[in-house]
Design a protein around this ligand. Sequence first.
Ligand SMILES: Cc1ncc(COP(=O)(O)O)c(C=O)c1O
Length: 483
Amino acid sequence: MGDNGQWDADLFRREGHRMVDWIAEYLDGGAREMPVLAQVEPGEISGQLPTAMPEQAEDPEAVWQDFQNIILPGVTHWNHPGFMAYFGITGSGPGILGDLMSSALNVNGMLWRTCPSCTELELSVLDWLRDGMGLPGELFGFLCDTASVSSMLSLAAAREAADPEVRRLGMAGRADLKPFRVYASDQAHSSIAKACVTLGLGLDGFRGIAHDDDYRMDVAALETAIAEDRASGTRPLAVVATVGTTSTTSVDPVAAIGEICRREGLWFHVDAAYAGSAAICPEHQWIFDGAENVDSLVFNPHKWLFTSFDASALYTRHPEIFRRAFSLVPEYLTTPVTGQVVDLMDYGIQLGRRFRALKLWWVMRCFGAEGIRARLRHHINLAREFAGWIDAHQDFERMAPTPFSVICFRAVPPEVEDSEAVDEFNMELMERVNASGDIYLSHTRLDDGIALRVAIGNLGTSKADVQRCRDLLEKEMTCLFRR
Ligand SMILES: Cc1ncc(COP(=O)(O)O)c(C=O)c1O
């Protein structure tokens, strides 16, 4: 230990170099040497850990060995090029190093004064992104940890806009307050219903709207629902459109929904957690057509913008409503510039905040908009090729359109007719592929039954990886046919 209580500089350098060397190898092919899906049983990792913290300082070498031997086997490698489950994501060199610098500085950007760079860089990079994605210039953006929290804060702002008395009085026992209702398609992410639970609207405060044949919100059904609810004494509050739904990545009709919100006086939130990044490519900016009516919008750089988890960009045209909902400044948090600067603690529930913008800044500068576009287009092209292969294959069928880099499909085994048996066949097929350790897929349920999903979003995923996925699917399907 050095005089200042830290590791001495030589020790830090030695351990740090070892880790950076390891990360360099990991990103440069090392991840693919490990099974993408952790091949461990529940409890296997904790069973190897001591039950109490060490009393004496341990040798860093021993910690490193345990990381290799105990922790790594229990890691599912989201950075593996064969990771095609959920949404494929990747950390990237510049993002990882930006995060390292954020940890090193260890600032808390709760107030402008507690780290001016934290606040000002965050606001600046979010402006860059907003403009690069073709979003309206008046949107004010800041970073949250996840889209779930971004959407929850947005709906809290919607509630504040609808009834400023909620902040003082709450909602319980108020005869003057009709129950609020939030609308989103039945394909929307569960975080929207969870936000309703968190905000005291209850699950009944969420109404799922039917989807059309392409899994987009049925706008006529939305209008009917709003009219029904008004007639029955509930109070429509907000509509959430999803740009890139979790199951199929379908895009709700933003412009039409925004028009309804404007007409009905409802808050309009857009959840573009995954697909928003695509708007950096001009050919995909149509996804935000109609965004001039949004009140708030979220997308996640940690999903498809090569920025390590976590980073969620939340935009709003009403920062003052967020402040009204959340700002509460005790004496010890006042500064000489209170009220003259942006203090990011005023826009949400958390006080302390990490220097998240640093990793995003590093990614944007080191990849550049062109570099980001090239990487996104590569993923979309790989997905199109895969979709084409599915369409041409007699034993597979596509189950939804493929607007971005996620393909929903299933095997259609000729001898299996019963729909439950088809679902079971596909689940078994997926588990066999996942057991390979080479490729990791996930599934969802669509109108016609279980769909397997191939989600391409990893920087390292190549044509050969997608080919390996195809080969594995065919091989495992043949094994199942022959059984
Ligand atoms: C459309 C959509 N919204 C929200 C989320 C939740 O994201 P987070 O993990 O950042 O809360 C997801 C996650 O996949 C998503 O697909």
